[in-house]
Design a binder for this molecule. Structure first.
Ligand SMILES: NC(=O)C1=CN([C@@H]2O[C@H](COP(=O)(O)OP(=O)(O)OC[C@H]3O[C@@H](n4cnc5c(N)ncnc54)[C@H](O)[C@@H]3O)[C@@H](O)[C@H]2O)[C@@H](O)CC1
Ligand SMILES: Nc1ncnc2c1ncn2[C@@H]1O[C@H](COP(=O)(O)OP(=O)(O)O)[C@@H](O)[C@H]1O
Ligand SMILES: [K+]
Length: 480
């Protein structure tokens, strides 16, 4: 099942709907128990709870309340727990009473600030949760800055200083090793996944929000992906032929990478059009490659753009392809052409997938991509009535209805020249197989990221190494 990511308001809506459970403190008890369980599991994994040392950093709201109740539970298990109260007068009263009663120690404030003692195993970030705004304030920032680098940080709900709805990482903010959230993941958990560390979602018995607001962010899990496989009645044509228009005689690399990715991702047929036809065939003899579009046979989808140039001839080719009623993936140089000729895609009714990186995105919209990538990509998709895949560590694939599929690559080894050409070839082959642009883009991003991980195993890679790992990566997504 795809995972859904909520806004802070949607979370509050879902919490309110649980009525008494919120009012009588049951939700907070369950939430703080979840935090304590995760911290205890981490302590047990590294030698046990008894006699270990934990710090909690407590803000003015219920996020701090969660941390205090969790601290009380850990203290009852024999953990030495030290708390810094950032706003002593506003610390959650019942939480603070429980914490003191369990033997938790509040660090005295001196000169307006307080620091946690040295030698802590784990520090719990209870500064702010879904009510947080902006960066960590100086007192909280000082507490985290003073921690030994090896200290494990467990964030309650989200790492403080990171925006719940946009994932904007303010400076300063907390970097968590583990984030414990409640009921439903929030947008921040995908949009700023590298800042959240491992995510633990604790069931606290709340329902769903009464309505979702756009953009609605979700992610596919591995199990949701069902890679196309040929059936008994299939032949090379019936699985969807993908056409690649990329590269040039002078710059054949993009053509080879995109065509090679298409060959690897589909078991049917890949056609190639462009002046690098001889180079493509020498690398992948199975590609049916021709120099001119007029000579190309039929395809079920086109991938167009990587390394093709932006001159008049390239524009004419792009126009011809976009004038068809076939699905088209528009990448790289083709995006530069579309940025100056938006009318080329404006009237399209066939599936259209634009795959910009941040620079190309800015070219398309005329403004630099800000911190709110989610709203930006959903906005362009709605305005142009196309699907837009925004590349990066967190790939976002927005369709025109406000639905956005996100994928955390899990590593950044794919940030290498030519990796985008490989992505274009994979996604084009899924379009040719009949998938929607959003599914094609999101599945391609996931398998691409897996290939990067398999190829790298902790060392830098080039795009051809990534391409070589594509088949074992796809194998993980073939069902049955
Ligand atoms: N509402 C509920 O049903 C539940 C809420 N829970 C917890 O409650 C949290 C939400 O609590 P609140 O709504 O009280 O809000 P928070 O505790 O997230 O933050 C609000 C408080 O932090 C202050 N603040 C905002 N930005 C700040 C910043 N940058 N630096 C320092 N202080 C800042 C605000 O002035 C306010 O006092 C959730 O994230 C979750 O941890 C859980 O106990 C589960 C149940
Ligand atoms: N920091 C990152 N972490 C993980 N993947 C990344 C990162 N930056 C870019 N990528 C991925 O690598 C590929 C780069 O594509 P692109 O920028 O078009 O490069 P090129 O044009 O050189 O092929 C895309 O799939 C993108 O999502
Ligand atoms: K927090």
């Amino acid at each position: 099942m795809p995972m859904q990511y909520l806004t802070a308001d949607e979370v509050r809506d879902a919490e309110r709907a649980s009525g008494d459970l919120l009012a009588n403190g049951t939700l907070m008890r369950r939430a703080s128990h979840g935090v304590a369980r995760v911290v205890a599991a981490e302590l047990n994994r590294t030698g046990g709870c008894y006699g270990r040392r934990v710090g909690i950093v407590v803000g003015a709201g219920d996020n701090g309340g969660d941390a205090l109740f969790a601290g009380a539970e850990l203290a009852r298990r024999g953990v030495a727990v030290h708390a810094v109260l950032l706003a002593p007068d506003k610390a959650h009263p019942a939480g603070l009473a429980a914490f003191r009663a369990a033997g938790g120690r509040v660090v005295p404030t001196t000169g307006g600030g307080a620091a946690l003692p040295a030698g802590l195993d784990i520090v719990v970030d209870g500064v702010v949760g879904i009510g947080g705004k902006g960066p960590l304030r100086p007192a909280a920032a000082a507490v985290f800055a003073a921690l030994a680098p090896e200290t494990t940080v467990v964030a309650v709900d989200l790492p403080s200083g990171v925006d719940c709805d946009t994932g904007e990482v303010h400076d300063p903010s907390v970097r968590a090793d583990i984030t414990v959230t409640f009921g439903h993941p929030r947008r921040v958990h995908l949009l700023a996944a590298p800042r959240c560390g491992r995510l633990a979602v604790v069931d606290i018995g709340i329902g769903k929000p009464s309505e979702r607001v756009a953009p609605r962010l979700f992610s596919f899990s591995d199990e949701d992906i069902d890679w196309p496989v040929p059936g008994p009645a299939d032949d090379k044509y019936t699985q969807g032929v993908v056409g690649v228009i990329a590269g040039s005689h002078r710059y054949p690399g993009a053509a080879i990478l995109a065509s090679g990715a298409a060959v690897t991702a589909t078991s049917g047929m890949t056609r190639y059009v462009g002046s690098a036809h001889a180079e493509v065939v020498s690398h992948f003899p199975e590609v049916v490659a021709v120099p001119d579009l007029a000579e190309a046979g039929r395809v079920q989808a086109w991938t167009v753009g990587p390394g093709m140039g932006t001159d008049d001839a390239a524009e004419a080719t792009l126009r011809t392809v976009l004038d068809t009623d076939l699905p088209v993936l528009v990448d790289a140089d083709a995006l530069t052409i579309v940025a100056r000729r938006p009318e080329l895609v404006a009237g399209r009714t066939a599936p259209t997938l634009l795959t910009p990186h941040a620079g190309e995105f800015a070219r398309l919209t005329g403004t630099a991509l800000g911190a709110d990538r989610l709203s930006a990509v959903a906005g362009l998709a709605a305005e142009w009535n196309v699907t837009v895949l925004l590349k990066g560590r967190i790939t976002l694939v927005a369709d025109p209805t406000g639905s956005v599929a996100g994928n955390d690559a899990g590593s950044s080894w794919a940030a290498t020249a030519g990796a985008g050409d490989v992505l274009a070839g994979i996604a084009g082959s899924l379009l040719a197989a009949g998938h929607t642009p959003q599914t094609a883009g999101a599945w391609a991003a996931r398998v691409h990221a897996r290939a990067a991980l398999l190829a790298s195993r902790g060392a830098p890679i080039g795009a051809s190494t990534l391409l070589a790992a594509l088949r074992p990566a796809i194998r993980e997504f073939v069902r049955g």
